[in-house]
Design a binder for this molecule. Structure first.
Ligand code: 2HG
Ligand code: ZN
Length: 469
């Protein structure tokens, strides 16, 4: 059966569009973290929506699962085939066409394989902004950010990817194409099908193209790194920033000392701008069109914060090189922690009012499970979304692996008890499905299962992601 399917796929896609040999398959079968590894009969690399539809139809006819994959930057194994039956990986990276850029309706129509950085550049080319901003934007693709409803470092101002999606083109599990590429600001025609596919992680169909909103360009920036005595100060400072900067506030990110130490150790050229070590750091960025106004807003907010004792030290970027040097201290954490060794990742949100207490409660709980575990906390404090990523005490990687389930349960139980979510911006993928099932009401799970079985009754679209396979 598999040889027949591979031959049929080759017929449709040609040699360029199919990977079917052991070594060449490898990179598609291992996720970015290196911890989720799967198997597949082949990787299909279609170049058009029609080819995607044909691949899906052929796989459906053989009862073979389809696992859509984009820029391969996901962190929860959502695009890595790993289930009991046979799978074909469907890589969208050859679908890289920007079909339309419309600065009158302020929309862009792009195919799933367009890289986020290229999309940002296309928007810039017509004097607009596509505001989703991620550390992995040089590889992450439109299909991936839509399918995971990606967040990033500008959510505070612009919302999640979901808030920027107007229409989609989707290949359904039976191979039909839903042509939903509407560029409408208003469309009240019943159920919101577009939003159903956003964040569905390829479990309901394959997103092949999207109409996305563009926003006014914000070419001027004011950026600062501040040293903070505690997380409560970061939360209080958000208030000051809102008061002084209002809608130009774009980024308010937190970096814990352990996270900064990893960046300083592993990212070439990274350096601590402060003379004295502090427990927490905040990166703030305002963006707009009037440099003088932005500088004044930042100064006003930081001045108020210093007076209240919220800020221990601050450095304001004086040019683009210094701005980039400050950003590295935030965006370098993920890669630096990967270089340090294996880690146990958590991407959680809490109502921001209770954030500081939650962080304070977490450290002793985790230390009781694995004494000396390094709690690398950082992320999008303005959204109440922190990453509590755990690195082993030096030399104790095996102990970390053994303790991982208990450590994760401690983080999630704390978060749920405080009214939070166990996945803020990375999705459930495959690695969080069990934890989500355990902590979600039957009513909510029933609704999710009903949607899945209505749209994908054979269960062949990315099985094992979002819901148990
Ligand atoms: C970030 O905020 C990303 O840097 C990655 O969401 C987080 O690597 C991670 O766990
Ligand atoms: Zn993040």
């Amino acid at each position: 059966m598999s040889a027949g399917l591979v031959a049929a796929l080759r017929e449709v896609l040609g040699d360029r569009g199919l990977v079917a040999d052991g070594d060449d398959l490898e990179p598609y079968l291992r996720d970015w973290t290196g911890t989720v590894v799967g198997t597949a009969l082949a990787v299909a690399r279609p170049a058009t929506t029609d080819e995607v539809a044909e691949v899906v139809r052929l796989c459906a006819a053989e009862g073979v699962a389809v696992v859509p994959q984009g820029g391969h930057t996901g962190l929860n194994g959502g695009a890595t085939p790993r289930h009991d039956g046979p799978s074909v990986v469907l890589s969208l990276t050859r679908m890289r066409r920007i079909r339309d850029v419309d600065p009158v309706s302020d929309t862009v129509t792009v195919e799933a394989g367009v890289v986020l950085a290229d999309l940002q550049e296309a928007a810039q080319g017509v004097g607009r902004l596509f505001p989703v901003s991620l550390g992995s934007e040089g590889s992450a693709t439109v299909g991936g950010i839509v399918s995971t409803n990606a967040g990033g470092t500008a959510v505070l101002r612009y919302g999640m990817t979901r808030d920027l999606v107007l229409g989609l083109e989707v290949v359904l599990p039976d191979g039909r194409v839903w042509h939903g590429l509407r560029a409408l600001r208003k469309d009240n025609t019943g159920y919101d099908l577009t939003q159903l596919f956003v964040g569905a992680e390829g479990t309901l169909g394959v997103v092949t193209a999207a109409v996305l909103r563009l926003l006014p360009a914000t070419p001027r920036r004011a950026t600062a790194l501040v040293a903070l005595p505690d997380v409560g100060s970061a939360v209080a400072l958000l208030g000051r920033l809102r008061e002084h900067a209002a809608e130009s506030l774009t980024t308010w990110e937190l970096v814990g000392r352990q996270a900064l130490d990893l960046v300083l150790a592993h990212v070439p050229g990274a350096r601590d701008p402060f003379a004295q070590a502090r427990p927490w750091y905040g990166l703030v960025e305002l963006a707009g069109v009037d440099q003088g106004a932005l500088d004044a807003q930042l100064e006003g907010a930081l001045g108020a914060a210093v007076e209240e004792g919220l800020v221990a030290d601050a450095v304001v970027a004086t040019g683009s090189a210094q701005r980039a040097a400050l950003w590295v201290l935030r965006e370098g954490v993920s890669e630096a922690q990967r270089v340090e060794g294996p880690s146990v990742k958590h991407d959680v949100t809490l109502p921001i009012t209770g954030l500081a207490d939650a962080v304070a409660a977490l450290a002793p709980r985790l230390d009781a499970v694995l004494p000396g575990v390094r709690l690398v906390t950082y992320g999008h404090v303005g959204d109440g979304n922190l990453h509590h990523n755990l690195t082993a005490p030096v030399g104790q990687e095996d102990a970390l692996r053994a303790a991982a389930p208990e450590l994760t349960a401690a983080v999630y139980d704390e978060v749920i008890a405080r009214g939070g979510s166990i996945s803020a911006e990375h999705g459930l993928g495959r690695t969080k499905v069990g934890a989500h099932q355990q902590r979600t009401s039957e009513v909510e799970l029933d609704l999710m299962r009903a949607v899945k079985s209505a749209i994908d009754p054979a269960g062949l679209m990315n099985p094992g992601a979002v819901l148990p396979g």
